[in-house]
Design a protein around this ligand. Structure first.
Ligand SMILES: O=C(O)CCC(=O)C(=O)O
Length: 280
């Protein structure tokens, strides 16, 4: 547990002693040879000036249902979890085809200050438009793999939403990951709906609420949710989920087999600014 989390659990302070300890007299010193002898110490408890803030317990979502995970002020954030969206055999077959046949590659992203880093996973992109995130662009690719075309139709039918693009992620083992982020690039428009289909080994999908403005980016007290995403599970993120929450798939310290995650989304053309670069 971090120092800050530990301190949040034990607030208040043991303050000044009630009575000043007596200064040792030469007699005391004599009576306990080789050490100082002090009178008994007692303390009084001071209530903390600020109210005690509880760190909310992390919630776990595992069963098929719709969940309103937060409400306002921006609006409702909603998750819909559909385990078993694909039957085991169908999911097994699709997983091995996609693992072997998609054009997986490792993308180079750029930090704010311009330094490059390799994403800790492999990706590929499908859609009529390019997709830019983390200051690096995936080129348009309209050649959908036939398995992806089938899944695209099935996901649209189940969710009742239309999607024009697909970001595919391959986590080769437990060390591959995606850090805290929200899918909130301007090209996704306001309140984007994301349909996320998982194949392969189970990985934990975590969400954390954006902190209140007065917490100035401190996530210590925010609500947290974890969802183990199993083979063949479909997860829909709707409403204000991208505005009010962040998500990640953290590295794991146990062995994990490969996992593919397909995130269907809708991309809109971005207005170009005079310098020829996208406005962000
Ligand atoms: O792998 C996952 O479940 C999440 C992927 C993700 O967050 C993303 O592609 O933006």
């Amino acid at each position: 547990m971090s120092d800050k989390r530990q301190r949040a659990r034990v607030q208040g302070s043991w303050a000044r002693p009630l009575h000043k300890p007596q200064q040792p007299t030469p007699q005391d010193v004599q009576s306990v040879s080789g050490s100082w002898k002090y009178g008994p110490r007692s303390f009084e408890f001071h209530q903390p000036a600020d109210p005690i803030r509880e760190i909310p317990a992390e919630k776990v979502i595992e069963n098929a249902a719709d969940f309103e995970i937060s409400q306002g002020p921006t609006g409702v954030s909603r998750l819909r979890l559909i385990p078993g969206f694909l039957q085991q055999e169908e999911a097994d077959w699709m997983f091995s085809k996609l693992l072997a046949e998609l054009p997986w590659s490792q993308k180079t992203n750029y930090r704010m200050m311009g330094d490059a880093y390799e994403e800790p996973r492999l990706t590929c992109w499908y859609g009529e438009l390019p997709y830019t995130y983390s200051r690096s662009t995936m080129q348009a690719n309209a050649q959908w793999h036939p398995v992806l075309t089938t899944l695209h139709l099935a996901v649209e039918k189940k969710s009742g939403h239309m999607f024009n693009s697909l970001l595919c992620n391959l986590y080769r083992d437990g060390k591959d990951s995606i850090g805290w982020h929200s899918d909130s690039e301007p090209s996704l428009g306001p309140q984007p709906i994301i349909a996320s289909l998982s194949l392969g080994d189970t990985r934990v999908f975590s969400l954390r609420k954006q902190p209140l403005p007065e917490d100035k980016g401190d996530y210590t007290y925010v609500e947290r949710i974890r969802i183990p995403l199993t083979h063949g599970t479909l997860l829909l993120m709707e409403g204000c989920t991208q505005m009010d929450w962040q998500h990640q798939v953290a590295k794991e310290y146990h062995d994990r087999g490969p996992r593919i995650n397909l995130t269907f989304r809708t991309i809109y053309p971005e207005p170009e600014c005079p310098s020829g670069r996208f406005v962000r």
